[in-house]
Design a binder for this molecule. Structure first.
Ligand code: UD1
Length: 338
């Protein structure tokens, strides 16, 4: 079986990708120090897979520890690098921590991949690299704009680092995946998103509000130039996103010659904050108390994906819609029993 190192494999997107890799016949090996996750995610994966996944509890930015993992694992077919900090507000307060961790971990991995001639890399990027696009839907050729946070800039820099490494190492094949807004959970509700403290992202805040853990959702501004005045995003089910990583690996395997391609991963549809809130309440038959607040600093008005390239080149499209994702997000919240 082809071994794939999954850094951040106990995290939200990483754990779902571990499930999809296993279904596709790969052998995922999780590398995660659980600093932003919990052991329950490994237990959840064990319940879904029927077997405990291979798991190394180390920091993937620790070169010596990573080298020892690679020595233990032997022949490695590829690396999917999820492990990173991702909270926009925190990145504004702690920029050095973000640059050091997000760029440092990638630099360590690329050096080790080079050393051992590991041929495939999938890197987690974000639509944050587009800033506010001048035309929508946004395609991969749109220029990088003001990413509006240190977190966003770490993605811009990491993308460039992967491109530079591919240029230097023609045997290395890489795919940069620009995620739009991942939401939802595995339909079994055994794995899902585990935000630390007060959720910064919309859907975890909505599920916690519906569960009574938060009093009210604050909608960040309703004076944008959108259909109902609230921001537009492209919300994609995490299972669709996870499957795209497996598709990307298969695509790289078929390529001859050097490869470094970037793909949008979104549904191609934009929804406003109020559409998400109302759809959530309707699909799950629960109340979501909310109030309208001021705009949030750094928010773009609207962004959603042009999915032409991922559809035509990778042959990948989404199977789930917003309703599926909001139902699964709620089932996961309820499974937490709080
Ligand atoms: C942000 C980042 C994105 C990152 C993602 C994961 C930017 C521009 N975007 O996405 O790159 O991958 O976080 O952490 O850097 N909202 C509310 N009330 C809330 C929470 C959110 O109204 O309590 C609104 C926001 O203002 C926004 C929408 O919901 O309009 C989505 O917000 P969020 O889930 O935080 O995602 P992004 O900001 O799009």
């Amino acid at each position: 079986m082809k071994k794939i190192i999954v850094t951040g494999g106990a995290g939200f997107i990483g754990s779902h990708t571990v499930v999809e890799l296993t279904s596709a016949g790969y052998e995922p090996v999780i590398v995660d120090d659980l600093r932003n996750s919990e052991a329950r995610m490994i237990d959840g994966l064990t319940a879904i897979l029927g077997v405990r996944p291979r798991f190394h509890r180390i920091d993937c930015a620790d070169e010596a520890a990573m080298r020892s993992v690679l020595n233990t694992e032997g022949d490695v077919h590829g690396v999917i690098h999820f492990a990173a900090y991702k909270a926009v507000g925190e990145s504004v307060a702690e920029p050095a921590m973000y640059y050091r961790n997000n760029i440092g971990s990638l630099a360590v991995l690329l050096a080790l991949m080079n050393e051992r001639a590991i041929p495939h890399l999938v890197f987690s990027s974000s639509c944050t690299v587009y800033g506010q696009p001048t035309s929508l839907p946004v395609n991969e050729a749109a220029p990088d704009r003001n990413a509006s946070s240190p977190y966003g800039y770490t993605k811009v820099v990491c993308e460039q680092l992967v491109r530079d490494q591919c240029a230097a190492t023609p045997e290395l094949k890489a795919v940069l995946l620009r995620y739009f807004n991942p939401i939802g959970a595995h339909p079994s509700a055994r794995i899902g998103e585990l935000p630390r403290g007060v959720p910064g992202n919309l859907v975890p805040f909505v599920t916690q509000t519906a569960a009574g853990l938060r009093g009210k959702l604050r909608v960040n501004g309703n004076d944008y130039a959108t259909s109902d005045g609230t921001c537009v995003r492209d919300y994609i089910h995490v299972m669709d996103l996870a499957r795209a990583h497996v598709v990307a690996l298969g695509w790289m395997e078929q390529r001859t010659g050097s490869t470094c391609e970037v793909f949008n991963l979104g549904t191609g549809r934009g929804n406003t904050v109020m559409e998400v809130v109302n759809t959530f309440a309707e699909v799950n038959a629960v109340d979501v108390p909310y109030e309208i607040g001021p705009r949030r600093a750094g928010d773009v008005e609207a962004v959603y994906a042009d999915t032409t390239k991922s559809r035509e080149v990778l042959g990948w499209t989404c199977d789930h819609d917003l309703r599926d994702a909001l139902r699964d997000a709620w089932n996961w919240q309820r499974s937490l029993g709080n």
